[in-house]
Design a protein around this ligand. Structure first.
Ligand SMILES: Nc1nc2c(ncn2[C@@H]2O[C@H](COP(=O)(O)OP(=O)(O)O)[C@@H](O)[C@H]2O)c(=O)[nH]1
Ligand SMILES: Nc1ncnc2c1ncn2[C@@H]1O[C@H](COP(=O)(O)OP(=O)(O)O)[C@@H](O)[C@H]1O
Length: 204
């Protein structure tokens, strides 16, 4: 029997750079895990590809998926649903392949309840001033909205305690290397491999 794959969850406060770091990980050549494409009800942006960036669905379609129990997790973020379709994750882990999720904090906590043996990585900003700069630098938010986002970010940072690892996103390539090294060490955890040895002993 193949050993079950590892579920890797990258999360952290809005604006910390989750999307940027995730893209850099998947652009690098030496990664051996599968990205789970999320489903969302937000509008497709120019340049985004259906089934590659997201599965773009209506609110009704998304709610149908929830009803049928086909979402591993989902959250409402800035007025839209975002979630992880369960069938792909299950199928891929069963094949022995690692699955990588990049999701916001509420969703990550739901995954932690359902899959406690996943690896939960929290991406942190070097400091709050830098987080504010990244949120400001990204777009068209008003000062009030930025204050609101910073308040949410502070609450999200408090959730760090539920995670296994905290990785500082000071520079993207450094954050990428830290995440890769965490994932490779996870494969050597005794609780992941002990079953195989027990089986060998039983068969002696
Ligand atoms: N819970 C959850 N969050 C997600 C999922 N996919 C993306 N997100 C998060 O949703 C937030 C908004 O994503 P997006 O609309 O692409 O905006 P941007 O990353 O801010 O440009 C980000 O924090 C993502 O990490 C998902 O499947 N589940
Ligand atoms: N290490 C970094 N140093 C400087 N800017 C960064 C870094 N990582 C991400 N950014 C920038 O911060 C902003 C937010 O990044 P993004 O990936 O959209 O965050 P998230 O997905 O966590 O909301 C973007 O403008 C991005 O280019």
């Amino acid at each position: 029997m193949t050993e079950r794959g590892l579920l890797i969850v990258l999360s952290g406060p809005s604006g910390v750079g989750k999307g940027t770091v995730r893209k850099a990980i998947f652009d690098s050549e030496d990664n051996d895990f599968q990205y789970s494409i999320s489903m969302t009800t937000r509008n497709q942006r120019i340049g985004e590809i259906e089934g590659e960036d997201y599965y773009f669905r209506t609110k009704k379609e998304f709610e149908q998926m929830i009803k049928k129990g086909q979402m591993l997790e989902y959250a409402e973020y800035v007025g839209n649903y975002y979630g992880t379709p369960l069938p792909y994750v299950q199928k891929t882990l069963d094949k022995g392949k690692d699955v990588f999720l990049e999701i916001e904090v509420q969703g990550a906590l739901q995954v932690k309840e359902k899959v406690p043996d996943g690896v939960f990585i929290f991406l942190t900003p070097p400091d709050l001033a830098e987080l504010r700069l990244r949120i400001t630098g990204r777009g068209t938010d008003s000062e009030d909205t930025i204050d609101e986002r910073m308040k949410v970010a502070r609450e999200e940072i408090e959730m760090m305690a539920s995670y296994d690892y905290a990785v500082v996103n000071d520079e993207v390539p450094k954050a990428v290397e830290r995440i890769k090294s965490i994932i490779s060490s996870e494969h050597f955890r005794v609780e992941r491999v002990i079953g195989k040895y027990r089986k060998m002993l039983e068969e002696l």
